[in-house]
Ligand binder design. Sequence first.
Ligand SMILES: Cc1cc2nc3c(=O)[nH]c(=O)nc-3n(C[C@H](O)[C@H](O)[C@H](O)COP(=O)(O)OP(=O)(O)OC[C@H]3O[C@@H](n4cnc5c(N)ncnc54)[C@H](O)[C@@H]3O)c2cc1C
Length: 455
Amino acid sequence: MKCDVLIIGACTAGVYFAKRMAQQGYRVMVADKCGKEEIGKRLSIFHMDEAQMKRFRAPKPVEGEDFVHSFNFSASRSAWGRWEKYHEHTVNVMKLPEYIKRMTEWAKNYGAQFAYKTAFKELILEQGRVVGAKLIHGSKIITVHAGLVVDCSGITAAVRTQLPNGCVCENFSLQQSDKFYVTVKYISFVRPEKVHIRHTISWPYYKVWIAPRETPQGAILGVGANMSYEYGERCLEKFLENIYIPEYTVDKVERGAVPYHRPPYSFVADGFLALGDSACLTKPNNGEGITAAWYLADIAAKEIGKVLWKTKIPTAEDMWKVNVRYQRTQGAAYAELLATMTGAVDCSPRENNYEFRNNLIFKSNLRNQKTDKEQEKKDLIQGLLMGVLQGKMRPRTILKLLHYSSIASKIKHHYLEFPEDIHDYPEWKEQADALWASAGSMADVVYDKKYYLSE
Ligand SMILES: Cc1cc2nc3c(=O)[nH]c(=O)nc-3n(C[C@H](O)[C@H](O)[C@H](O)COP(=O)(O)OP(=O)(O)OC[C@H]3O[C@@H](n4cnc5c(N)ncnc54)[C@H](O)[C@@H]3O)c2cc1C
């Protein structure tokens, strides 16, 4: 069997890229190990920023089918719930399995073909280049030769992890400490007439949030944590000791992990592309990954669309612009955020309270608000020093924050200089490795943070 683009995984990343390539006239095949009805079932409800959906021209959800609710702002609160910040944006609350069906029809309309219950088995390599893949359907092995094989298999990165060692796209697999473990509880309030959750409220200190669900009598209570689901449950317990949530019962629980690791430096290799969770493309501060992946998918569709018609198997060099355009924009911003987060979470509830109260780190983000980055930096340093003088911030917290934000800024600038020429990449990579080594990881903070659950 032959096609131009073979995509492994038919969820949000795979279907979006399938549509973008089929739209350009390429023969696209998407294979998923699950049956059509099971796709996206791991998550009943999800959220997407409406402005992002418009930007990527994603299909509109429909009331009574996949659309649940929308709201125009979300809020975040300090560790003791005394201070609140607002973020103005319109968010759609939708049903994932139903929305995936809508997206699949959208991609099929452009000619993409789907094979369900068809799992990726292994790559077909010729002189180190990816030229296709072997798939399994029941007991049948299907050999597919493709110009481009795309990994959209989610966090397991079933395809990328099989790339040969030394390949320009790294083949690392995620360890326990490289994941963020998310538990979502679908709750019903015992006295629903007294409470209605209309928008998302988060408490970054505990990494807990509450959000609307499909019934106004209830809500989604979520927690995300490094290391394990069990650690997340302990964070939730600590949260409930400090923050009042009206009495509720739990109807069901969903769990899943999101990547908490920097993406591979190169998303492309000869005949290969990684997208979505398989490429660790989640937004570091909230774990949302759908439109984060579409951003790269959009760049890849444009750049690869230009070269695929004139070459049988595009090389990493042919597709290098995908890396340059991504890493110098969203890549740099997310890398900075990922490195900064480690310092931002490493504080006590009292310090978190002080940061909220004084608009340090945690700020409202309003549509009509202008930001001056230089002034913000000065205000942050001044505010933190005042915190020490007033005994509200410990010097160690400030030193850690400054350490992490200085490394984060260096990482961002390094990504902004991602090499135009693939031949300059080894030197860039060596420097990037050194910077990430000094950035540490959030998991280390969790280990150190003895006071976190006891204060
Ligand atoms: C609890 C939770 C809540 C979340 N909420 C949100 C949210 O509200 N908004 C948001 O933007 N993000 C959210 N995320 C993150 C988001 O779900 C992911 O970033 C996104 O779904 C990743 O999409 P993907 O297509 O890359 O991978 P997946 O959605 O994981 O899809 C991978 C597909 O590949 C298939 N597959 C896997 N292995 C193989 C194989 N060997 N052969 C063939 N097929 C294979 C799977 O069956 C699956 O269909 C949440 C994550 C979790 C865990």
